[in-house]
Design a protein around this ligand. Structure first.
Ligand SMILES: *Cc1c(COP(=O)(O)O)cnc(C)c1O
Length: 428
């Protein structure tokens, strides 16, 4: 399917066609582990990557492939590879880019789980991360060294609603010949398309808005297809003979599809963090209404944020859609349809009032999730950001007196009424 179609059409049709075997209109769930080879030559061609087809569902599956093509279209990317979760997608992306001794230069404003993944777990692979304030472009520039293999940030950052100046960050990454990897989970391609702003790769937790209903975990890496992996010797997995695939040179052989093919042929083959076809099915159902849901998420978030900001029990609201936000001026450039539906607010009364608030809400669910149709809340300091130091908590926008909300698509008046009664109890 081509870019000639608009977003609303692509979110329903891209990657899909009536099932060639049965005419089934909805994408079938190909619940199979393996695929019968036509003959021995066909099998050999598939294993040599000379012919694209299906071998084994740890690598590729027709249901998952439709989702990959659909998301690649929505993000205006060249191709995509799905994974079992957002965190798995991040790992899959870095697996191809990194090596022992290499580092990621990452924004301080990230999902708490990503901060932990980057500051602790990746070290076991000999990788490391340096955290920098991405509003300080000189500091970003200074942090990139000869071992840097990726610059990483979120478009609209979780949990604070901070908006990254993607074109400015992309320009710095470009100058150093390093790919910019953008986590676009909280924005979704309906609000922001990082590739248009210079990103090389986009990652998502499809667990969130893309699925939209809190049913399955999943992730995806979308490649812009624009990075020249052979311009330097920094990315030997793609530019040099790959020992894990009998010396195949991925970039030379597959061009703009090199990253995706490597992610499947080596990444999924050997790490095995594959998305299953059931999960792809739920996400395909969700994605059909992405633009409609996001529009309502944003409308409601704007109403709720304005109401909270005017309330004397609230100290401040971090929603970038508010004129008071220091990042409000970036909305028009980075996410003109709105600043998303995820933000934090500080409650007068600090940590204890936040805990009371969370326990007093009826409509909101207290969960470690976001991007559901339902309104969700979490007190980050006592949950998702608990593992972080107080400095990291503050830098990530998760101070003890702050709660994070993911505004759902219920009636805005009901969401506000629930917050109103719970704030009364929390600050009594
Ligand atoms: C949830 C989330 C992740 C991790 O995704 P999982 O699907 O939970 O593994 C990464 N980044 C952001 C911004 C997220 O919200």
């Amino acid at each position: 399917m081509t870019q000639a179609y608009g977003f609303d059409t692509l979110q329903i049709h891209a990657g899909a066609r009536p099932d060639p075997a049965t005419g089934a209109r909805q994408v079938p769930i190909y619940q199979t582990t393996a695929y019968v080879f036509r003959n021995a030559d066909h099998a050999a061609a598939l294993f040599n990557l000379q012919e694209v087809g299906y071998i084994y569902s740890r690598l590729t599956n027709p249901t998952v492939s439709v989702l990959e093509e659909r998301i690649a279209n929505l993000e205006d990317g060249r191709a995509a590879v799905c994974a079992s979760s957002g965190h798995a997608a991040q790992f899959l992306a870095f697996f191809t880019l990194m090596g022992p001794g290499r580092n990621i230069v990452a924004s301080t404003r990230l999902y708490g789980g990503t901060v932990t993944q980057f500051s602790q777990t990746i070290r076991r692979f000999g990788w490391s991360a340096k955290f920098v304030d991405f509003d300080d472009l000189a500091a970003l520039e200074a942090a990139i060294d000869g071992d840097t293999r990726a610059v990483f940030c979120e478009s609209i950052a979780n949990p604070g609603g901070y908006i990254t100046d993607l074109p400015a960050v992309a320009a710095v990454a470009d100058r150093h010949g390093v790919p910019l990897v953008v986590d676009n989970t909280s924005a979704t391609p309906w609000l922001c398309r990082p590739i248009e702003h210079g990103a090389t790769l986009v990652v998502h937790s499809t667990t969130k808005y893309l699925t939209g209903n809190g049913t399955v975990t999943g992730g995806v890496v979308i490649d812009s297809g624009r990075f020249d992996w052979s311009a330097s010797v920094k990315f030997p997995s793609l530019s040099a003979p790959e020992p894990a695939y009998h010396g195949l040179k991925f970039h030379e052989t597959f061009g703009a599809l090199a990253f995706t093919f490597h992610g499947i042929a080596i990444g999924l083959r050997d790490l095995g963090m594959t998305m299953n076809p059931q999960a792809a099915h739920y996400t395909l159902l969700g994605i059909e209404t992405l633009s409609l849901r996001m529009q309502r998420h944003v409308e409601n978030a704007e109403k709720v944020a304005r109401w909270l900001e005017a309330d004397p029990r609230v100290e401040y609201v971090t929603y970038a859609g508010l004129a008071s936000s220091p990042w409000n001026h970036r909305v028009a450039k980075i996410c003109p349809r709105g600043a998303g539906a995820l933000f934090t607010f500080a409650v007068k009364g600090g940590y204890d009032a936040c805990v009371k608030l969370v326990d007093s809400l009826n409509l909101f669910s207290h969960v470690a999730n976001l991007g559901d149709t339902r309104s969700l809340i979490i007190h980050s300091a006592s949950t998702t950001h608990r593992q972080l130091t107080p400095e990291q908590q503050k830098a990530a926008g998760a101070a003890p007196n702050v709660v994070r909300v993911s505004i759902g698509i219920e009636d805005a008046a009901d969401i506000i009424a629930d917050l109103d009664q719970a704030l009364a109890k929390a600050t009594a």
